[in-house]
Design a binder for this molecule. Structure first.
Ligand SMILES: Cc1cc2nc3c(=O)[nH]c(=O)nc-3n(C[C@H](O)[C@H](O)[C@H](O)COP(=O)(O)O)c2cc1C
Length: 366
């Protein structure tokens, strides 16, 4: 009897039915995916340590012992420490002026309250470490590092029975992490939403898979259909890591304005650049990304300064629900996201389409 192509070593390692990981900031999406046979990793990089602890409890109360992951960002390139005011004071006048011109040109309103991005673990290493402490203390089943190598936490994590996943955009980063003993590597290609490198998913996944030995490789970047899932497994991945796919789901807490834009968006509607955070990032095009892409714009600042500069625009747009200004991370696969379905249905559709794809390619399966 032919083997079930969706039963991979990632399924065995995590005890899940389908080799599909949802990256999400929404706890309801995470729980729906976990309880439907997939795996979910909750993005917590923008939360305080106390909020992270509360979210972990919230999930645990709803998944009946099933495993889940928490994602932080651990970029080594940001300052070790530094108050918000000290970091903001380093933003040059030229860049403040350019940001102010955008604000005036588009009549960008002020944020209504505290700026969420000011909690971002990517602002300095001290913040990320405080967040990490909670994950170790809580012994979450999986810790994922979205930016920066998680190798330095391997020993502490493994001692507590925690698995560690690293997210990489280059094969050499994967090599270092595999050699150090991470439990899985997410090989993320250029198509992806959010921070991502310049190597395409079709290039990075097989390259990393070829060097991985027994370590499961998880493909990320542009996976929004079952065909992508089938293709990722054929490229040597043991599963997929998906973000854009869940943003417009029924359970998702993303603003309805953004959901509607995502459902209408095509591959042409995302922008790839450094204007949001100083690191290459893919988001829905908005006036901020378009102005910084113009030749007369200053070069974006390095992390974390560009994020501090853009956060006023982003929060002002979001707080005031200005449709013409708002943006969100979104990948090139967004064009395949065309209806608002429950997360469980999204997962089942993905699985069914992947199986149909395998059958179409190789004939009847078991
Ligand atoms: C709204 C949004 C926010 C994201 N924020 C993070 C993050 O904080 N940390 C992280 O590791 N990845 C983040 N990502 C990237 C995802 O982890 C994932 O690699 C990416 O979405 C995969 O590409 P896809 O969107 O084409 O599926 C984000 C993705 C989205 C859609």
């Amino acid at each position: 009897m032919a083997k079930d192509p969706l039963r991979t070593k990632l399924c065995d390692m995590l005890g899940i039915e389908f080799p599909v990981i949802a990256f999400t900031h929404c706890k309801d999406v995470a729980v729906a995916v976990i309880n439907s046979g997939g795996f979910a990793v909750l993005g917590e990089a923008m939360h305080t340590p106390d909020d992270i602890a509360a979210d972990i409890k919230w999930i645990r109360d709803r998944v009946d012992g099933k495993p889940f992951g928490i994602d932080l960002v651990l970029p080594a390139s940001v300052p070790p420490t530094g108050s918000l005011d000290a970091l903001i004071s380093k933003i040059p006048e030229t860049h403040r002026k350019f940001a102010q011109e955008i604000k005036e040109k588009y009549d960008v309103p002020d944020p209504k309250g505290a700026i969420d991005l000011h909690q971002w673990g990517g602002l300095n290493q001290e913040m990320a470490r405080a967040q990490l402490e909670v994950l170790l203390e809580e012994r979450v089943p999986v810790i994922a590092s979205g930016l920066g190598s998680p190798v330095f936490i391997l020993e502490a994590a493994h001692e507590r029975g925690i698995k560690v996943f690293g997210l990489v955009g280059k094969a050499r980063q994967a090599k270092r992490q595999i050699d150090a003993g991470v439990d899985a590597v997410v090989a993320q290609g250029y198509d992806a939403a959010g921070h991502t490198g310049g190597v395409g998913t079709f290039s990075i996944v097989p390259e990393v898979a070829a060097m991985a030995g027994d370590t499961p490789i998880i493909a990320a970047g542009g996976v929004t259909t079952g065909r992508h899932l089938a293709a990722a497994l054929c490229l040597g991945a043991a599963g997929v890591w998906t973000g854009t796919l869940w943003l417009a789901s029924r359970e998702s807490d993303v603003d309805l304005i953004i959901k509607e834009r995502l459902l209408a968006a095509t591959v042409e509607d995302t922008s790839y650049g450094t204007s949001i955070s100083g690191m290459t990032m893919r988001v829905l095009k908005c006036p901020w990304t378009e102005e910084w892409a113009k030749p007369e714009a200053p070069d974006a600042l390095p992390a974390p300064y560009q994020m501090l500069l853009s956060s006023d625009y982003i929060q002002g747009a979001n707080d005031n629900r200005r449709e013409d200004l708002m943006t969100e991370a979104a990948g090139q696969g967004v064009g395949f996201v065309t209806s608002m379905k429950p997360a469980r249905q999204i997962l089942f559709d993905l699985v069914e389409e992947a199986l149909a794809t395998f059958e179409e390619a190789v004939g009847e399966l078991a």
